[in-house]
Design a protein around this ligand. Structure first.
Ligand SMILES: [Zn+2]
Length: 388
């Protein structure tokens, strides 16, 4: 996530803070400072730090629950309305997503309950209203803040936890993409109401509403893409007319090939057709400005550490593009021979084709090999000798 600062890591999960979260803390700090003077500054600092820790604990509620289902989390980024944990994938089953979503607010409830139990008291609505009042004890304000965090996160506004609970409940009755669209629509409608209220009350609400609106839309788009490609294979979207390079090709030879091609990404394939790696147009141009013309391309290529098979679901390619920082992915057969390449553009292309002709698929079942232009009609990318 851009515009965020890494603070450290716990159990393999990096903790990051988005600048808007810092602005949010600053806003609260300034408001309290102006209302109660410099004497309240230390108190506010303690309060803000404790809230920050509670939000991290909330996120680790999600993260640890996800880990129970075998899902790792790379990092967690804190935003004003809570944190966003970048899990390597979402739980497949709706009940798992429900458990993961509800684990965060549950942590806030536990924190509040423990504080109230220790203090031997209960909260009333005046305590909740007195959250910004320094005359209320710090522990009571933390308890109140945790209850507010819990309630706010449970609002059914996707992508907040309550929205995820709603999506999970809807997904038990319909497809996941449709459930996401409905949950995102409710989230965006909620954002409008919230933003409208912001004009008459706390202007911070406008800012939060904006965040919800953007995040809900992005989530709906991603779900729609995954849904629209759910019945496609890598073979349906891959490029088979490649401009292959040999590992021993020099930068000079590579530039010649670049000038005679419209491709952006060039697979590096040896004489036996084995996939070696990949080099992009920008990398070739950068190498040209920094290296000798006779440098072999194998010295600057990205090695093909992650490859796909034509029969893999296209979903696998989408996930790889979301998690790996790669421009393209090579497609190989069971013997490691390159059969094609998949890029974001080639995925977009099959989506455009499907918009024009719903349900379109290039190959189905066992006719995959015969339909590949590289196999039956044109020169096979992997084994053809490069024309120079
Ligand atoms: Zn949460």
């Amino acid at each position: 996530m851009r515009w965020s600062i890494t603070l450290g890591a716990i159990a393999g999960t990096a903790i990051r803070v988005h600048v808007t979260f810092l602005l949010f803390l600053l806003f609260i700090g300034v408001v309290v400072y102006r209302a109660n003077g410099p004497a309240a500054a230390w108190d506010t600092l303690a309060f803000v730090t404790l809230i920050f820790i509670c939000v991290v604990l909330h996120e680790f509620g999600h993260i640890l629950m996800a880990r129970r289902f075998g899902i790792k989390t790379r990092d967690v980024t804190l935003f004003p309305i809570g944190g966003v944990a970048s899990m390597e994938r979402m739980p497949d089953k709706p009940w798992q997503e429900l458990m993961v979503a509800i684990a965060g607010p549950a942590v806030n409830l536990v924190i509040a309950a423990v504080i109230l139990a220790v203090m031997g008291t209960s909260l009333n609505i005046d305590d909740l209203a007195g959250i910004g009042n320094v005359s209320t004890s710090l522990a009571m304000r933390i308890a109140a803040a945790n209850l507010i965090l819990m309630v706010f996160n449970l609002l059914p506004a996707f992508p907040m936890d309550g929205g995820r609970v709603l999506r999970a409940l809807l997904a038990t009755q319909m497809g996941k993409a449709r459930a996401t669209r409905i949950a995102a629509g409710i989230g965006q409608a909620f954002a409008f109401v919230l933003g409208f209220l912001g004009f008459f009350g706390n202007p911070m609400l406008i800012f939060i509403a904006f965040f919800i609106f953007i995040a809900a839309g992005a989530e709906a788009d991603t779900a729609a893409l995954h849904d629209a490609t759910s019945d496609l294979s890598v073979g349906d979207a891959m490029i088979t007319t490649l401009t292959p390079l040999r590992p021993s090709d020099t930068i000079r030879e590579t530039v010649d090939r670049l000038l005679r091609s419209t491709d952006d990404d060039f697979p590096v394939i040896d004489e036996q057709g084995t996939a070696f790696g990949l080099v992009t147009r920008n990398e070739i141009l950068l190498a040209l400005s920094q290296n000798s013309d006779m440098t072999p391309i194998s010295a600057l290529m990205r090695t093909a550490d992650f490859v796909l098979n034509a029969n893999d679901p296209l979903e696998k390619a989408l996930v790889a593009f979301e998690t790996l920082n790669v421009p393209a992915l090579l497609v190989v057969d069971t013997t490691g021979q390159a059969t094609g390449m998949i890029t974001r553009t080639s995925i977009a292309q099959i989506m455009l084709v499907r918009t024009a002709r719903p349900g379109w698929a290039l190959h189905r079942g066992g006719i995959l090999a015969e339909n590949l232009p590289g196999v039956s009609r044109g020169p096979r990318a992997a084994s053809s000798s490069p024309s120079r």
